[in-house]
Ligand binder design. Structure first.
Ligand SMILES: [Fe+2]
Ligand SMILES: [Fe+2]
Length: 202
């Protein structure tokens, strides 16, 4: 629980990390490639959504993307207090409060912060679903190729598959947008495989 509802300073609106700054932070905080990959995937989905569904310009597409890139940045080193550390770090860096709020609200049941904006809600919605679809791709011989929404739905009903993924969070997040879970799954299937491969240490 974060035990507060307001994050960042409105005077910092319009300021968010550059690609280099975000990448450097991940290099230091997240040695785990799988976790970084998760954040890159969520970031990519948010970027595509910002462009295609919200009609945002390139500058704001990156705002959405970097929010995804950083949402679990403190998970590896400070799991017990997730996501307090990254929130404080971004506040220190004078980051746009909308970016910080979205990160603080990506698990209302866990952090006690309600998702309010579109960015808040889409980060929350893609977070668990992205990881779930990725887990499903890893067990399919063709990966994402030929993947269908109904296959994902079937796995969601199977509580033993990717058991750590909260079905309740997926349902709750879709309801808050509001949007059928099926449509979100369609979007993840059609975009996630295109996540640019980002090499960590060359
Ligand atoms: Fe998280
Ligand atoms: Fe996450």
């Amino acid at each position: 629980m974060l035990n507060r509802q307001a994050f960042g300073d409105p005077a910092n609106a319009g300021n968010w990390p550059t690609e280099k700054e975000a990448r450097d932070l991940l290099e230091n905080w997240v040695p785990n490639e799988k976790l970084r990959n998760h954040m890159f995937q969520v970031g990519w989905l948010l970027r595509c959504w910002a462009k295609e569904k919200e009609g945002l310009d390139e500058h704001h597409q990156w705002k959405w993307q970097v929010t995804g890139w950083l949402h679990d940045a403190d998970w590896e080193k400070w799991p017990e207090t997730h996501c307090q550390k990254i929130v404080e770090e971004l506040e220190q860096r004078q980051t746009d409060p909308e970016v910080i709020n979205a990160i603080a609200a990506h698990g209302p049941a866990h952090f006690g912060v309600e998702p309010k904006t579109r960015l808040d809600k889409m980060l929350y919605a893609f977070d668990e679903l992205s990881g779930f679809v990725h887990a499903y791709s890893l067990m399919r011989p063709g990966g994402y190729q030929g993947m269908e929404t109904k296959g994902v739905l079937k796995r969601l009903k199977d509580k033993t598959f990717a058991a750590q993924v909260s079905r309740e969070d997926i349902r709750d997040a879709a309801e808050r947008i509001p949007m059928p879970v099926e449509e979100l799954i369609d979007f993840v299937i059609s975009h996630q495989a295109d996540t640019p491969q980002i090499k960590s240490r060359p």
